[in-house]
Design a binder for this molecule. Structure first.
Ligand SMILES: Nc1ncnc2c1ncn2[C@@H]1O[C@H](COP(=O)(O)OP(=O)(O)O)[C@@H](O)[C@H]1O
Ligand SMILES: [Mg+2]
Length: 230
């Protein structure tokens, strides 16, 4: 097995552990409590029944956690259509503008109309754009000053590259290697799934995704998709 496969498995295992630890811990505690309630001269049946319901809820939660991870690493072939990144982003524009307004961050889209076509699963790629813009807005919000998120699409001979730049604080060296690891988050209410699921989606399209730290500050996340007919 090659290294990238091993590390993907390690990531998946840590994601599963993360999803299951909490419900499994709760199930262990509730089942102990349940047996204490029943294992006495006058068993407290009604309270024990409540505890069984709690155990059931936690077990369902564990199952949902596993399904979430499986969707995240969904290896099924994407449902592809020929389309232009410009159209995909135009379709998203109202949503992106609402998000930017709510965050009080200026949003600019620089999306040339005549770019080569890519063959993509529209929803999955739109979800990637959405996740990157959301992160850009979060980052710009956190660092005061003038806040700006910029979406840009361009093409070379082989790829269409979409990028999202922000005026946030940038990415510090100590977390650079962890950004795409499932459940890695530095946000109080973060899920840590945005970049991990984006990478899974882009790689399912034989594309690549990455980021850089421009000299002017902030960060720039990009993804490249192969052009259908170069
Ligand atoms: N544009 C960005 N600027 C600075 N840090 C970022 C940016 N995008 C992502 N990150 C870092 O990567 C982490 C993971 O991002 P993500 O997978 O989208 O999860 P979440 O947004 O839920 O935290 C974030 O918590 C943040 O620390
Ligand atoms: Mg995110």
């Amino acid at each position: 097995m090659d290294m990238s496969r091993i590390s993907a498995l390690a990531e998946m295992a840590s994601g599963i552990a993360h999803e299951l630890n909490q419900p499994l811990g709760a199930i262990a505690a509730y089942s102990q409590a349940g047996s204490r309630l029943l294992n006495r001269p006058e068993p407290l049946v009604a309270r024990a029944l409540d505890v069984f319901l709690d155990i059931n809820t936690q077990a369902l939660k564990a199952g949902e956690g596993i399904r979430r991870i499986r969707r995240l690493f969904d290896q099924t072939e994407p449902m592809r259509e020929e389309c232009r990144m410009g159209e995909l982003i135009e379709e998203l524009r109202p949503v992106l503008e609402l998000m930017a307004q709510a965050a009080e961050v200026a949003l600019s889209l620089d999306v040339p109309a005549s770019l080569p076509e890519v063959s993509v699963d529209r929803l999955r790629i739109q979800h990637v754009v959405f996740s990157l813009v959301q992160n850009g807005l979060d980052a710009s919000l956190q660092s005061g000053g003038e806040s700006l998120v910029h979406v840009n699409v361009r093409a070379d001979r082989y790829h269409v590259e979409t990028s999202v730049s922000d005026s946030g604080a940038g990415i510090s060296d100590d977390i650079r290697d962890q950004l795409f690891v499932p459940f890695f988050t530095t946000k109080r209410r973060g899920t840590g799934l945005g970049l991990a699921s984006s990478r899974a989606a882009i790689e399912a399209h034989e594309g690549s995704i990455g980021f850089e730290s421009p000299n002017r500050g902030g960060s720039r996340f990009w993804f490249r998709l192969p052009i259908t007919r170069p």
